[in-house]
Design a protein around this ligand. Structure first.
Ligand SMILES: NC(=O)C1=CN([C@@H]2O[C@H](COP(=O)(O)OP(=O)(O)OC[C@H]3O[C@@H](n4cnc5c(N)ncnc54)[C@H](OP(=O)(O)O)[C@@H]3O)[C@@H](O)[C@H]2O)C=CC1
Ligand SMILES: O=C(O)C(=O)[C@@H](O)[C@H](O)C(=O)CO
Length: 277
């Protein structure tokens, strides 16, 4: 089994340096994929209401036979549930579908700034945390101005901001803001969704030098930037490959060479304009 190290969040939670993305892991095969990841050593499972797989993730937790406290189950509030009362109701719905009595990591999936209800949503999350139904609260796809607003209006700093992050989109400024404010960065689509990133000559060259795979090079880059990547894989051997990144280190120049692949977002996911249902 792979031992995935942890870092301490601003709420003192021990948070893994790598987790499992679960978008599109549904049904029996989805449950089996999440169980195999847990058996491999993954302890952070990233779900969302909109992935329609909270049942599957909760079921995998039960089938794994692990102590509940050894796993961190993350889920996310969808755009349609923004608002104070709506968020409280949404959390209860998620708990029911997960079949668990606590959400370990609860995130606002997208800010939907044009709707402008994310501050009320954040206030409800603080209440849910205080009530003990949720342990760690954070956000996803928040820009620096949006983070600043929830912090200024509530005084509560999110523990996590999960953002699109990969060598094509290194998010230097957002990461620097996180570092200054003790917010853990989490990388979504860390492999750039298996695009041509893995065949980039610089990725291949670094992989050859360290005798590891291109995927491992990219995931190690995230770790060295201080971000927790959550690669999705349905396949047990690729899950293991993705987790075996704690036995080598990239040189600073190699990290910089990967960051130099910057070209922008993968798709039209600008948090200022993207409206999530
Ligand atoms: N907060 C947000 O707005 C968002 C959050 N997310 C989260 O981030 C997670 C990860 O992002 P995702 O978009 O899934 O993309 P990823 O960058 O994780 O790429 C997933 C793809 O890479 C393949 N893959 C995984 N490991 C390997 C490997 N070792 N070698 C070759 N191919 C591999 C997978 O195929 P296979 O399964 O066959 O291995 C799949 O096709 C999501 O599942 C979700 O939990 C994603 C998007 C937005
Ligand atoms: O996967 C997620 O978490 C999303 O936010 C989705 O928007 C996803 O990225 C997507 O591509 C939907 O088409």
């Amino acid at each position: 089994m792979v031992n995935i190290p942890t870092v301490t969040l601003n709420d003192q939670t021990a948070f893994p340096e790598l987790g499992l993305g679960t978008y599109r892991l549904t049904g029996e095969s989805g449950i089996a994929a999440v169980v195999s990841a847990i058996e491999t050593g993954y302890r952070l499972l990233d779900s969302a209401v909109n992935y329609e797989n909270e049942h599957e993730v909760g079921e995998a937790v039960r089938r794994s036979g692990l102590d509940r406290d050894d796993l961190l189950v993350a889920t996310k509030i969808p755009g349609r549930d923004h608002g104070y009362d709506e968020t409280i109701a949404s959390a209860r719905g998620s708990l029911q579908r997960l079949g668990l009595d606590r959400i370990d990591v609860y995130l606002i999936h997208w800010p939907n700034p044009r709707v402008d209800r994310f501050v009320d949503t954040w206030r409800a999350m603080i209440a849910l945390r205080d009530e003990g139904l949720v342990r760690t609260i954070g956000v996803s796809n928040f820009t620096i101005p949006l983070l600043t607003r929830i912090i200024d209006e509530t005084g509560v700093v999110p523990a996590i901001n999960q953002v699109e992050l990969h060598p094509y989109f290194p998010q230097q400024e957002v990461r620097a803001f996180h570092a200054r404010n003790d917010i853990r960065t989490e990388s979504w689509s860390p492999l750039a969704r298996r695009s041509e990133l893995l065949t980039e000559p610089v990725v291949q060259e670094i992989a050859g030098r360290h005798r590891v795979s291109p995927t491992q090079v990219v995931l190690r880059w995230h770790v060295q930037l201080g971000s927790t990547p959550i690669p999705k894989s349905a396949d047990a051997s690729r899950q293991r490959e993705n987790a075996e990144i704690f036995g080598f280190a990239l040189a600073d120049e190699e990290v910089a060479a990967l960051s130099a692949l910057e070209r922008g977002r993968l798709w039209d996911g600008d948090p200022d304009t993207h409206e999530e249902f």
